[in-house]
Design a protein around this ligand. Structure first.
Ligand code: ADP
Ligand code: MG
Length: 711
């Protein structure tokens, strides 16, 4: 693969880059923020007044889409897009591959030589991509392979630029002829509606007027950057997104000198270009910093409506990849590109707003506090009842290297509340602090609830689901995955417990509302408080304690996946209209198949790289060492032969074990995923040991100390 000269060439190519990297950025000015978005302001400008009003009602108040306005909207969108240089449009959707999909059509509809550009209401509302090759888990038999994309007016259309061209992208949901969801957006939208309805019902039981509900998400995106010269010489990164081999470097993250360190100019230039691109798309990229592992970084946007935030995160991942390439870098979004250093996650910061009030903001007045505690109780109940589903929503071959692997959050789902809030909860359960003396204020919790200064909540970095002052942070999602699955799950399980609370509350008489509420919350929290854990989630004691509490410990993808289709979960999703049984079963199929395929690809590539890249290098080294040894013995030399003998033995042993591990892997490839994983891991140990024996100049793959540090 990479001979001595190509490895040195790669390094010198990187060394000779200008200080700022491959391309220098233009100065930043942000009058272009949102310039490529068909935003509310654009709608008002390009649409007849009434049409704009109707459309905005759909977007802002969640009213059903009025099909009559489609022609007007299509016309305005076309006009706007043409003025911005777009020649094509596409329905942009999120099939079960986990990526986004698009099939472009030009606006061109010529009459003779006259280049008429057309885009009808129908073009906007629905399209039928010939999409028979997307995973459907059996939902579309081949004889009825049609899939339809339908316009999602709640996520604004945008323009994607590429070289001289530009394409109008219309966010859409994707479903089958029979209306079954074939994508990630449809169930997310259904869950958003279910949770919205439950929140409204709850607020009604508190006697509050009807307001708009917004589910909010701020996803923090972690990623690695390495130089493209190295990447192209690592078939494992190219094909699987992670290194299948690589000995640990002497220095990795022990000195903790990368986290929040000063950002190198080349990376900073890349980041500025990413942000400019994102800002054009109206994506509020806010925070950037070096992460814990070497060559690891983070980008966090401001939170938005969950549907929009998810679409935006899909675009963030795309822009990161594209801009990296422009800068001679490669952005690795895999959960664990490098063994032995931290992997990458995507913390999902989630909350619920009612009108303009964040329901997870512990307030200062009694009613606000009562609502906060009610919502908090619902979340505790939901996570305890369905921790299996949350775990399921983050299960993937890539994430298996993080969850439960002694870093990032563990596989056991629990809630971190922080000392202050925990005390409030404890007081509620124990009934201390004057519970129920008067009816006019809610005593439990309320009187004792300390004013929570936001940043006073402890920073527990080990919990998978942590309260962080005014939101929950779900930390288990993987860096490469769509947030749609985890958010859909969270919305649905919380919808269920809020709905059941609201049901109960609506039977309370107004005179006894508060004491009754108090009793209800107390009962529900006591029932579910086993899910709360404020200690160190990485510790061995917690694993034992969690087992004692009866909390599920779903250690890997295979065990986690099966929970999706148990009767309890099917009933939940059916009740809240998020999935039918058929849809759930099809998803289970898809996840299972994807997992097995990924493991098999990794297994085959491990075998191939070890057999065709590592072994030849090792044989060569062994041959040379043995030849040198026999020459020394022939010359009857007394010094040096023992050392040569020792090295030849070590290299010989390494050869033997790699050859034997290759045989084991070859057999495992005809067997199940567990055998493949075990055989790959043995082979890796042998190869990584060989890496430390072979002459550095002859090692055929870029090493960790190069990829992670030279950029
Ligand atoms: P951290 O200290 O956890 O790294 P960051 O500032 O990197 O925090 O990210 C926090 C994220 O949480 C941001 O995306 C922020 O917009 C988001 N966030 C803040 N408030 C809310 C909220 N009410 N709902 C959802 N997300 C929120
Ligand atoms: Mg952060």
């Amino acid at each position: 693969m990479m001979s001595d000269s190509t490895r040195t060439q790669a390094i010198s190519a990187i060394a000779s880059l200008p200080v700022g990297g491959a391309s220098e950025s233009a100065p930043v000015s942000i009058d272009y923020y949102g310039a490529d978005v068909f935003s509310t302001e654009v709608m008002k400008k390009y649409l007849p007044k009434d049409t704009a009003k109707t459309l905005l009602a759909t977007i802002q108040d969640g009213l059903p889409l009025n099909a009559d306005i489609a022609a007007d909207v299509a016309h305005a969108m076309k006009q706007w897009a043409l003025e911005r240089g777009a020649t094509h449009y596409t329905h942009w959707f999120q099939p079960m591959t986990g990526s986004t999909a698009e099939k472009h059509d030009s606006f061109l509809d010529p009459k003779g030589m006259e280049p008429i550009m057309s885009f009808s209401g129908k073009n906007l509302i629905v399209s039928e991509p010939d999409a028979s090759s997307f995973p459907s888990g059996g939902l579309r038999c081949t004889f009825e392979a049609r899939g339809y994309t339908a316009w999602d007016p709640t996520s604004p259309a945008f323009i994607k630029r590429h070289g001289n061209g530009a394409t109008l992208c219309i966010p859409t949901a994707y479903c089958s002829y029979t209306g079954d969801a074939l994508d990630k957006k449809t169930p997310l939208l259904r869950s958003r509606q279910a949770l919205g309805n439950a929140v409204k019902k709850l607020m009604k039981s508190f006697g509050l007027p009807d307001e708009h509900v917004t589910i909010t998400l701020g996803p923090e995106q972690e990623y690695f950057l390495i130089d493209k010269n190295f990447y192209l010489n690592r078939p494992d990164l190219v094909q699987t997104g992670r290194t299948l081999f690589g000995a640990p470097p002497a220095k990795h993250q022990q000195l903790e000198d990368h986290y929040f360190g000063s950002i190198k100019p080349r990376i900073l230039n890349f980041m500025s270009d990413v942000e400019q691109e994102l800002w054009r798309l109206g994506i509020p990229a806010k925070t950037r910093h070096n992460e814990v592992a070497p060559a690891q970084f983070e980008l966090a946007p401001l939170f938005e409506d969950v549907n929009l935030a998810i679409d935006h995160n899909m675009l963030v991942m795309e822009v990161l990849r594209q801009q990296a390439s422009k800068h001679g870098l490669v952005c690795l979004l895999h959960e664990k590109p490098f063994a032995g250093v931290n992997g990458s996650g995507k913390h999902n910061n989630w909350s619920i707003s009612y009108g303009n009030k964040n329901l997870l903001d512990p307030g200062s007045d009694p009613q606000q506090n009562a609502i906060f505690l009610t919502v908090l109780t619902a979340i505790i109940e939901a996570v305890d009842k369905h921790s299996d589903l949350l775990r399921n929503s983050v299960a993937s071959a890539g994430n298996d290297h993080r969850l439960g692997a002694n870093e990032a959050p563990p596989a056991i789902i629990s809630i971190f509340l922080g000392a202050q809030l925990n005390e409030v909860i404890e007081n509620m359960i124990n009934g201390s602090s004057g519970c129920g003396k008067r009816n006019d204020t809610l005593k439990i919790g309320v009187d004792t609830l300390p004013v929570l200064p936001r940043d006073a909540t402890d920073r527990n970095r080990t919990s998978p689901f942590a309260f962080t002052g005014n939101k929950f942070e779900f930390r288990a999602p993987g860096s490469s995955q769509s947030c749609a699955g985890p958010m859909m799950t969270l919305n649905t399980i919380v919808a269920e417990s809020l709905d059941s609370l609201a049901e109960e509350l609506s039977s309370f008489a107004p005179e006894t509302f508060l004491p009754q509420l108090q009793e209800t919350l107390k009962r529900r929290i006591s029932e579910h408080k086993r899910i709360i854990f404020n200690g160190d989630n990485y510790s061995e004691e917690w694993v034992k304690e969690a087992e004692r509490r009866g909390l599920p410990n779903l250690k890997n993808t295979m065990t986690a996946l099966h929970t999706l289709v148990n009767e309890k979960n099917v009933a939940l999703f059916e009740k809240y209209g998020v999935f039918s049984r058929r849809e759930l079963e099809s998803r289970f199929e898809i996840f299972l198949e994807e997992y097995h395929r990924r493991i098999r690809i990794e297994g085959r590539l491990s075998w191939e790289m070890a057999a065709t890249i590592i072994l030849p290098a090792l044989r060569n080294e062994y041959g040379q060492t043995v030849a040198a040894l026999s020459r020394a013995l022939e010359a009857r030399r007394t010094n040096g032969t023992a050392a040569l003998q020792k090295l030849a033995d070590k290299l010989g042993d390494a050869l033997d074990s790699i050859v034997s591990d290759l045989d084991t892997l070859e057999t495992a490839l005809t067997s199940c995923h567990e055998d493949i994983l075990a055989a790959m891991s043995r082979l890796r140990t042998s190869v990584d040991a060989a890496e430390t024996l072979v002459n550095d100049r002859s090692w055929p793959l870029p090493k960790y100390r190069e990829m992670l540090f030279i950029y």
